[in-house]
Write a protein that binds this ligand. Structure first.
Ligand code: HAM
Length: 418
C-alpha cells in the first residue's frame, strides 16, 4: 500500500471509537467525584512562559532538561507547551489573587500535556491528565483526603489500585538527609548507571527511584528519608497515615518514592494497578512553591492522573462502558412509522437511554444489518401495523425472539431490560 502522505507526529494518537469512550468516561467520572468533594473546574492555557516550568518543576529535572517542547514566538516570547499542570495553577492562583477567596481553593482540570519522551506503551508525547490542586490550607487531613478523592475516582471506574506513599521532608530535614545519602552512596558511585552518576551531583534523590537493577540494589542499603524526618515532618506524616488507615484506603509505604518534579515537600504519593510498573497518577504537597513563584507563603498540595494509562488499564480489564454497551436500536418501516419513530427517539433521549437509529435507511433489512453491526442488544421495530395499533416489536438480537408490546410503556419496558 502506498505510504500516506501525512502521518500524526511520533508519540501522538488519534483518539476515537472505544478509546474515545473510555476517555469520556474517565473525564465524566473524575469531574463528577471531584464536584462531590467541592472542587471547581479550571482551564489554563496550553502554552505558558518557559521559565514558569524551569523554576517550578526544576531546571535539573528530566522534564525541563530533556522533555519540554519550547519555542520562540514571532514576537520573541519564549514559551513552552505545558508538560504538567501544577505550575500553571500556581501562576493562576497568584495572578488572580485567589488567596482572597475562602481557603483552601480546590481546582480540577482535564486536558492535554506534552513531553518529548521516548514513545512506548503508556508513554506519549501528547497525553492527557486530570488533576486536582488544593491551595491555602495546611493540614495532614487534606493530604489523606486528596488521596481519598483519587481513590474514589478509581473506585467509581471499577479499578483496583494501591497508593504508594512517602514523605520527602522539608527544608529543615531534607538537606541533611541528602548529605547522608550522598555519603552512603559515595563508595558505589562508579557502579551507578550513567544517569545516576550525573544525578549524584545534580539531583541525588532521583537515584532512589532509578529502574536500573544495579542502582536498585545499591540504594537498598542507603539511608531512608522516612527515618530522617525532623520532628514536625514526622508528626505530619504519621497523621497522614493514621487518616489513611481510618479511611480504609489501601496504601503501602514506599521509601524509594521520590517523584520526578522538584517542588514537593512532605507527603508524596503515586497510584499503581496491582503489578503495574507505570504509575497511573501521582502527586504530593508543595508548600514552598507559591512563594518560590512570587506569591505569599501558601501551603498547597495536588496530584494528577494519566488518562491514556487509565484508559488502557480499563481496556485490559474489559471494564464495561456501561450504557453505550447496552445498545437499543430503533427501526422503522413506512412514513407514518418514521414520524412516530422520531418521537420515540426523543422519549428515550430524554430518559437518558442511549438509542441508535438509521432514519436515512428505508429497508428493514438494511436497518437490521446496521443494528447488528452496532451490537444492539434490542431492536425496536415500528411498522405500519404497529403504528395503527399503538404497539411496537421488541426483538432480542441474540436469540431473535420477538415480542409485541404497547407503545405507551416502551421506555419503561426497555429500562427494565437493560
Ligand atoms: P507526573 O507524575 O509527572 O506528575 O504525572 C502524573 C501522571 O501523568 C503520571 O502518573 C502518568 O500517569 C501521566 N503521565 C506523565 N507523563 C506521561 C506520558 N509521557 N505519557 C502518558 N502519561 C503520562 C505531574 O504531572 C504533577 N503535576 C502532578 C501533581 C499535581 N503534583 C501536584 N499536583
Amino acid at each position: 500500500m502506498a505510504k500516506k502522505e501525512y502521518q500524526k507526529p511520533t508519540g501522538t494518537q488519534d483518539i476515537y471509537g472505544k478509546k474515545q469512550r473510555y476517555f469520556e468516561k474517565i473525564e465524566k467520572v473524575s469531574w463528577e467525584v471531584s464536584q462531590e468533594y467541592n472542587f471547581e473546574r479550571i482551564q489554563t492555557p496550553i502554552i505558558e512562559e518557559k521559565e514558569l516550568f524551569e523554576r517550578s518543576v526544576g531546571d535539573q529535572t528530566d522534564i525541563v532538561q530533556k522533555e519540554m517542547y519550547v519555542f520562540e514566538t514571532k514576537g520573541g516570547d519564549k514559551l513552552a507547551l505545558r508538560p504538567e499542570g501544577t505550575a500553571s495553577i500556581v501562576r493562576s492562583y497568584i495572578e488572580n489573587d485567589f488567596y482572597k477567596k475562602p481557603q483552601p481553593v480546590k481546582f480540577f482540570y482535564f486536558g492535554p500535556f506534552f513531553r518529548y519522551e521516548r514513545p512506548q506503551k503508556g508513554r506519549y508525547r501528547q497525553f492527557h491528565q486530570f488533576g486536582l490542586e488544593v491551595l491555602g490550607k495546611n493540614s495532614p487531613a487534606l493530604d489523606s483526603q486528596l488521596i481519598q478523592v483519587f481513590y474514589q475516582i478509581f473506585k467509581r471506574l471499577d479499578l483496583e489500585v494501591v497508593a504508594k506513599v512517602n514523605s520527602l521532608g522539608d527544608d529543615n530535614c531534607r538537606p541533611d538527609y541528602i548529605k547522608d545519602l550522598k555519603k552512603a552512596l559515595k563508595k558505589d558511585k562508579d557502579d551507578l548507571c550513567e544517569h545516576c552518576q550525573k544525578r549524584y551531583n545534580d539531583n541525588p534523590l532521583r537515584i532512589l527511584d532509578c529502574k536500573n537493577e544495579t542502582c536498585k540494589e545499591i540504594v537498598q542499603n542507603a539511608p531512608q528519608m522516612v527515618d530522617n524526618l525532623c520532628k514536625s515532618c514526622k508528626k505530619k506524616f504519621q497523621s497522614v497515615l493514621e487518616y489513611l488507615d481510618e479511611m480504609d484506603i489501601p496504601y503501602e509505604l514506599d521509601p524509594f518514592l521520590v517523584r520526578g518534579l522538584d517542588y514537593y515537600t512532605n507527603t508524596v504519593f503515586e497510584f499503581f494497578a496491582e503489578d503495574g510498573e507505570l504509575a497511573l497518577g501521582g502527586g504530593g504537597r508543595y508548600d514552598k512553591l507559591v512563594e518560590l513563584m512570587g506569591g505569599r507563603e501558601t501551603p498547597a498540595l495536588g496530584g494528577a492522573v494519566g488518562v491514556e494509562r487509565v484508559a488502557e488499564f480499563m481496556e485490559e480489564n474489559e471494564i464495561e462502558l456501561d450504557d453505550r454497551s447496552k445498545k437499543v436500536f430503533l427501526a422503522q418501516l413506512g412514513s407514518s412509522a418514521k414520524k412516530k419513530a422520531f418521537e420515540i427517539f426523543e422519549d428515550f433521549r430524554e430518559a437518558g437511554i442511549p438509542v441508535y437509529e438509521s432514519m436515512g435507511r428505508d429497508s428493514l433489512k438494511a436497518q437490521m444489518s446496521r443494528a447488528d453491526k452496532l451490537g444492539a442488544k434490542y431492536t425496536l421495530i415500528l411498522g405500519k401495523q404497529e403504528c395503527i395499533k399503538d404497539q411496537i416489536i421488541i426483538r432480542e438480537m441474540k436469540t431473535g425472539k420477538q415480542e409485541t408490546v404497547p407503545l405507551e410503556n416502551i421506555v419503561e419496558e426497555i429500562k427494565k431490560r437493560i
